[in-house]
Design a protein around this ligand. Sequence first.
Ligand code: SF4
Length: 484
Amino acid sequence: MTDTSSAVADKIRCDACPVMCYIKPGAAGACDRYANHNGELVRVDPHIILERTVSHGGRLVPFQAGGDWDGKIVHGPSTFVTAIGAGTTYPDYKPAPFIVSSEVDGVDMVTVVTEGIFSYCGVKVKIDTDRYLGPETATVRAEGEAVGHVTTSEYGSQMLSLGGVHHLTGGSKKEGRVTCDTLLHLSNGKPVELTIDGGSTVVVQAGHAPVVNGLTEERMRVGCGSATIGMFAKQWQGKIDEVVVVDDHITGVLSEHQAGKLLDIPDTGIKLKGRRSTPGRYFQVAEPGTGWGGTNISDPLAILGPFDPKAARPGLTMLMVSTTGEHAAYYQLDDGLRPVETEMPDALRQSVARIRENCEPALCTVLFMAGAGGSLRAGVTENPVRLTRSVKDALTRVTSGGAPVYVWPGGGITYMVDVTQMPANAFGYVPTPALVAPIEFTMRLSDYAALGGHMESVRPLSSLKVNAELLPWPRQGSIPGQGG
Ligand code: SF4
């Protein structure tokens, strides 16, 4: 039961968010998170407590990687109280729903948990693909509504920035609702179809391969075209006269590349279209697209000009390959110095297979990002700025559903968390619209007292377990290699 309600006739008024629902007996509020149960306002979902134990057969992941933390709460606790299902502090002058003390290695610790209501939040999405999703700054839509934009690409990945206060609150009511739904589904690990203005349709799901225009992406590229030349130049030496690694960003040419020069690979008279950067590295050989190497071409010869007869000769051999090894073709120059596609020798097939082997599986990564620097802090302390300072001073550790977060330097408590590291369905929403996300602050009890914490609300861990659900920690099925 919470104390966030007031009764009108047989209805209860929930004041856990600004919507202030009147809830009939047996019914739930607009967010499905609170309900009227026999006249009591109850939080519908169980409160999640994580138990670190090998008896669940789970992989053990340190609570925090790295050695900066003093270790008292990192390696000690076998039980961790999350904010999932805990309820909120809205309208924020109240202490957080659970302020839980425990002793770790002889040190009195406290964890303050609350389900934050975030109007300022969004997700950063990394999509491992070379395929062109759309121009930078292009609008990303769900159900036809603008929910974000394409941002700068990273190495082998396209990036989307979705949500944020402008889409949640600054557009039409439908835009806000659809943005909220999109963020909620992505954060809870569900698939969402997104369309990009002037680009592709992509299905994104955290921890799964992206589906671009109906095709499931299999692998992330091994590197840019130039890097691929550098990596495999020695394996091509003596087996082929020329190699072109087709890439939308940096197409590599073996004979001109520094790697080729150092291996004494002779000039071939090849001529690339596009803009030459440094030797053997070409930009803009084609338009971006979903063809070879993230370009729009299906015939790689389209990026070549005529061979220079001063250096080229009939019979000269050439491999053209994409940065994932997904596309490859082998050519010989005929008497007119025109490339003619021929069956690829086994040795070169193996080199293409090696490129494919070196590509990692393509995945979508979803990082939830939110600012906890606002009024939520008042549920932790009467002097909110002290919590911010305590986080910056590394006296207070911030987690989200028990998962480690990255707190941005600078003002406020702006953090990011990998949603695949959190228990399932850790996120909720309220129709203001805003996302509800768990956040926990853990510190020494003495530090909590010093920052003006709500000491009168501190309760022992043992008082919680009656109505809580125990989950193995970390959650089962998290992505291998991404342990926190
Ligand atoms: S939307 Fe949910 S949290 Fe907000 S007032 Fe209604 S029931 Fe309470």
